[in-house]
Design a protein around this ligand. Structure first.
Ligand code: GTP
Length: 599
């Protein structure tokens, strides 16, 4: 394809400003088919999908647009995810584009993520085209929204399209804007191949589908290619473009183009986002910049409530991993919870998504342990161990030095919020590095902060303290010595391994107290008094007590009718099933989860 006729762009917006609706309209507008045709095509395609079992997640789509200048342009619309856990994926998607359409709701104006997303796009030197949406609403004030964009973001906006994505008003103006203002890609089609992987997806029939943008050179069907970071090489079996209604095959993709290839690849691990595809015969001298190996930041134990479902859990994790290179897991066992897996995640949201998918798609009832980062411990015998499970933390007497991971943190926010942000970073043991003005309306703060303080709820807390205006990015920096302690929880004198945690000594006491209180609230009264204790080494640092039950459940039934008694017993049995026996103490699984969901 003629490079000058290609436009690669993504759409960015604050949540609910109309990103998805506008994408649909752009696709429809370029489709040049009647609705009836579109419907039947869509159905055909779905049948095909079913037949081959192909699942297309439209992370990129190629549109043909006949512009007012009479020329046909190829527009590649690349989608981006939207959470700090997936910042890296977003950055690679943006690196595959030359421009971004910034959707602004004319009834709302500039909002938090309008700013955060614009900043991300600017970091990748993208041409940003604002469009003002929802002009069909009576409350719409595109003029005011434009003034805000000019004043706050500093982008010229007065000439920008005013549209209604919902009603399909003025959509061609957006397409014209893209054609005229997003730069065409450059790159020599005859140079050695360099293509950027921005997504990949496992399909049970064709193997991994790799989504990429060719930066230089040409990728051809039948060609031997090599992933420069993972080192894996493959012969391209098929390649092509992504269509709104499926996948088109084509013999080659040249510099500037966006597409997919397949090569019977078994696992997305070999085709990581950010990797560079090059040719085996004449490889590129160096890879594209910015590759970052997926790195698990948070670990937790995952168990099934019903121990016999352990093999199902393993199968489910294996299936999810085929499609998710950042998920890692290995078997572990717990005295309290039985057999399960230690799983690694990019962050807390990633962890929640995986847990949710395991429960929904694989119908598993899970129990998870408190999340943890990886600590490094030098022992008196001269060895160093990595600890991702508090249970394996060495005895304090055997430790010469303990280290915890630190992250390089960058926070971007309007200057007004700096006063809220700094104390909260300090409270999380952040070490202030520097602060710089990006322009008059944005400052960037740099901190070095323990990863363990970031992963729990830092992102949410930051959003809350800045009305959502701050954006966060972090990257592992290295390990630093730290005064760590392992806190054990004891119920009725028995240690519950799944509740142990590692913390900085200044934070351990507060956290231990909270857990003890939560346990007290959630453990039903037993026939005997249950002491709840938190201990560091042999020293008790917090204690609560669950009082003994006063009455026999059946007491009130004596002399009563038999069905009522039966019902009660039945109820009790049901309750029992859901109880988890922690040593001598019975505890409902929900209570266990409530404690683990602490923070
Ligand atoms: P997320 O995917 O949640 O980030 O939202 P989004 O930015 O993709 O917004 P989406 O396209 O889902 O639109 C959000 C809501 O706004 C939906 O209820 C749309 O129907 C509505 N909406 C989008 N465009 C318009 C418009 O032009 N006019 C009106 N009245 N409503 C619109």
């Amino acid at each position: 394809t003629d490079q000058s006729k290609i436009r690669n762009f993504s759409i960015i917006a604050h949540i609910d400003h109309g990103k998805s609706t506008l994408s649909d309209r752009l696709i429809e507008q370029c489709h040049a088919v009647t609705e009836r045709q579109m419907e039947s095509q869509l159905l055909d395609n779905m049948d095909l999908e079913k037949e081959r079992g192909i699942t297309i997640k439209a992370r990129a789509v190629r549109l043909e647009y006949q512009a007012q200048d009479g020329e046909t342009y190829h527009l590649n619309l690349i989608d981006t995810p939207g959470h700090v856990d997936f910042n890296y994926e977003v950055s690679r998607s943006l690196a595959a584009c030359e421009g971004a359409v910034l959707v602004v709701d004319s009834t709302q104006g500039v909002e938090a993520q309008t700013l955060a997303n614009t900043y991300l796009a600017l970091e990748h030197d993208l041409e940003i085209l604002p469009v003002f949406n929802k002009i069909d609403l009576p409350a719409a004030n595109p003029q005011k929204a434009k003034e805000e964009v000019e004043a706050i973001i500093g982008l010229p906006a007065m000439e920008a399209p005013e549209i209604s994505a919902k009603m399909g008003v003025n959509i061609p103006a957006v397409l014209e804007d893209i054609v005229q203002n997003v730069p065409a890609p450059t790159g020599d089609p005859n140079a050695p191949l360099k293509a950027l992987v921005f997504d990949s997806q496992y399909d049970p029939y064709v193997g991994v589908i790799v989504y990429f943008r060719v930066m230089e050179g040409t990728l051809k069907k039948g060609m031997n290619v090599k992933m420069m970071a993972s080192g894996a090489s493959y012969q391209v079996l098929d390649c092509g473009y992504l269509r709104p209604l499926g996948m088109d095959s084509c013999p080659e993709l040249t510099a500037g183009e966006v597409g997919w290839f397949t090569a019977s690849i078994k696992n997305v691990k070999d085709t990581r986002v950010g990797d560079t595809i090059t040719g085996v015969e004449s490889p590129a001298a160096e890879a594209l910049p910015g590759y970052r190996p997926a790195q698990a930041m948070v670990y937790c134990g995952i168990y099934t409530q019903d121990g016999s479902k352990y093999p199902d859990l393993r199968d489910a994790l294996e299936k999810l991993q085929l499609n998710d290179a950042s998920l890692s897991f290995e078997p572990e066992s717990s005295i309290a919870l039985g057999f399960g897996f230690r799983c690694g995640f990019l962050g807390m949201l990633h962890m929640e998504i995986i847990q949710e998918r395991l429960e929904r798609e694989f119908d598993l009832d899970l129990v998870t342990t408190l999340p943890s980062v990886i600590y490094e411990v030098d022992k008196t015998d001269g060895t160093t161990v990595k600890v991702d499970n508090p249970h394996n933390y060495p005895d304090p007497g055997l430790i010469t030095e303990a280290r915890e991971p630190y992250a390089k943190v960058s926070i971007i926010a309007p200057p007004d919020y700096v006063g809220n942000i700094m104390p909260m970073c300090q409270d999380r043991r952040g070490i202030f590095k520097d602060m710089q003005y990006l322009d008059t309306n944005l400052v960037e703060l740099h901190y070095s902060m323990p990863l363990g303080e970031i992963i729990y709820d830092f992102f949410d807390a930051l959003k809350a303290r800045t009305k959502g205006y701050a954006s966060l990015d972090y990257e592992l920096e290295g390990y630093q010595p730290s005064q760590l302690v392992k806190v054990d929880l004891l119920l009725n004198g028995d240690q519950v391994d799944a509740l142990s945690f590692i913390a900085h000594k200044d934070k351990a006491y507060g956290r231990a107290r909270k857990i003890c209180e939560k346990l007290k609230e959630n453990i039903p009264r037993q026939l005997f008094e249950v002491p709840i204790q938190a201990a560091i080494g042999g020293k008790i640092i917090a204690r609560e007590t669950v009082k003994a039950m006063r009455k026999d459940v059946l007491a009130k039934c004596y002399g009563g009718d038999i069905t009522r008694k039966k019902k009660l017993l039945e109820k009790q049995k049901e309750g029992k099933k859901k109880m988890r026996s922690l040593g001598t103490v019975q505890m409902p699984t929900e209570a266990f989860m409530a404690v683990l969901k602490l923070d």
